[in-house]
Design a protein around this ligand. Sequence first.
Ligand code: CP
Length: 316
Amino acid sequence: MKKYTSVQDVDNLEGLVQEALHLKENPYKYKKLGENKTLGLIFLNPSLRTRLSTQKAAQNLGMNVMVMNLDKEGWALETKEGAIMNGTTVEHIKDAAAAMGQYCDIIGIRSFPKLQNREEDYNEELLQQFITYSKVPIVSLESATRHPLQSLADLLTITENKPAGKKPKVVLTWAPHIKSIPQCVANSFAEWMNQADVELVITHPEGYSLADEFTAGATVTTNQDEALQDADFVYVKNWSSYEDYGKVLTDGNGWMMTNEKLQKTNNAKVMHCLPVRRNVELSDEILDGPNSLVLEQANNRTYAAQAVLKRMLETM
Ligand code: CP
């Protein structure tokens, strides 16, 4: 595997899921594989789970890890080709990424969208430039449009918890938030579930449709009650509008998941990628209750990352 930026980079999804579950049972079995190999983790945005779980995954494989908060600790980056750099930017990304490629065998990068210009965000300029200029395998630690390590961890969690003998019904439901949030997690979850053996239903208020490239094949409805009927899993997530790009269109009153809403489901397990705004996106009663899978998802982040890094190391 030369890059891991979306489900399209995975040639055998079920094989990758089984590999990650095998690594969960045997985390140190491949400790020699990453010996004398270095993973560089580059963050342009905050992180708790991605940062720690990916470091742990690399350490389980015997890799060295370097972490840099590029937004705070690096030079101000220029991304425009041919720029005359007589302003505030100090280093061109083609030089920075190429230099990092000299120190690292694999690079992970997190770069959120700015949510101001949809075309710019959805072009994934920064991620693409790292792929082009670093010349080493790249892992997305969450980009402008997707969060593939989270989605793999989510699929592991569903695989481990699905009811026996039936295709699970998985509902992705929009939830309220106080600010404008990227579509990445929702886009990515929809894209991955569409490739998995599940029935996917997406529900959100008017004006919050995700891009077709991620949702095609899923049932989409603005009726949350209808969507929740007989659900086996409910994935809760806020996102800002894709159509009216980056905008918050409603306070979302009535959309927060509660135990009362869970009554409509097939005693559904409830998922969220975290961090979560308690009692805004999701109620305490659910997060602290028996149906919550949020810590299992967080734990599975390690084995998702470990399976991806292992695939990359095996091609070196
Ligand atoms: N879910 C997730 O990516 O968490 P962090 O933003 O804390 O890494």
